[in-house]
Write a protein that binds this ligand. Structure first.
Ligand code: ZN
Length: 272
């Protein structure tokens, strides 16, 4: 961050934390109450996103990029940072049996990151066959259909007593509920997906009796430079998730394309 010079190619952490509160000072700026993020409707007024030729960010939001990385790859660092932070929230995953619920971009990146960190096996669940297929193409060893009547048997064959870590990236109540059944005693559920602001009933007795750890993961933490190194050293092939590239002038087509859940993962907008 400190070595940002005029003309440098950078990627930006879209979250601008205050930098002075206790959370920021203790390295947990993702929890800063005064954060302003590019492209959010959670504040009043809402903030603009970055579908533009020029965007202003603070220097400390910038992370210098290696010269050999292209723009499409650079733009994937933000979702990778979400996945990387989530995997770190789970603690050590090396050798652990991991399930990711939800085969959207963040779920896929969480599975790929867990695998890069040595998790074995890594499985992914999604009700869409196309997303399970995409996961397998990206190197996820096992995929399951969460609606399958034989799910419990499939999970037993994969893991024995359940998964050590479940990343809930579907942002679906049913997926979170199922995570409590699929995690092993003493295991960890990491909540990445957004489930809205309403309260949700949860099997808290299982949480207690089976000593399940249930932790949240909010955006990125300070992982952008680490994400850059992971991509640069090809630990995670983020480019494989880009299913379309369109110019900025065709932004509405790009958004429509990105909304086609059965076929699209990430659609890249080319600026300039
Ligand atoms: Zn702060």
């Amino acid at each position: 961050m400190k070595d940002v010079t005029v003309g440098a190619r950078v990627t930006a952490n879209p979250a601008r934390a205050c930098g002075v509160c206790d959370y920021c000072k203790s390295g947990r700026g993702n929890l800063c109450r005064a954060t302003i993020i590019l492209g959010s409707a959670s504040t009043t007024p809402p903030t603009d996103g970055a579908f533009a030729e020029f965007v202003t960010v603070r220097a400390d939001q910038c992370h210098v990029l290696p010269p050999d990385m292209d723009d499409a790859t650079d733009a994937m660092l933000e979702p990778l940072a979400v996945a990387l932070h989530a995997v770190k929230r789970a603690g050590v995953v090396a050798g652990k049996r991991v399930l990711v619920t939800g085969g959207g971009p963040v779920g896929l990146l969480a599975a790929m990151t867990a695998k890069a960190f040595g998790a074995v096996p890594v499985a992914l669940s999604d009700i869409l066959a196309t997303r399970r297929e995409a996961a397998r193409k990206l190197g996820v060893e096992a995929t399951v259909n969460p609606a399958s009547p034989t799910l419990a048997d499939e999970v037993r064959a994969l893991t024995g007593d359940g998964f050590d870590v479940v990343f809930e990236a579907a942002g679906a109540r049913a997926a979170l509920r199922q995570a409590f059944d699929l995690v092993r005693p003493g295991g960890t559920i990491v909540q990445i997906g957004t489930l809205g602001t309403e309260d949700i009933p949860l099997p808290v007795n299982q949480l207690m009796v089976r000593e399940i750890n249930f932790v949240g993961s909010m955006r990125y933490g300070n992982v952008f430079d680490e994400a850059i190194r992971m991509v640069q050293t090809r630990r995670v092939d983020v480019r494989a998730l880009i299913t379309g590239v369109l110019p900025l002038a065709e932004v509405s087509d790009a958004l429509r394309l990105a909304g086609e859940k059965t076929t699209a993962l990430k659609v890249h907008l080319e600026i300039g």
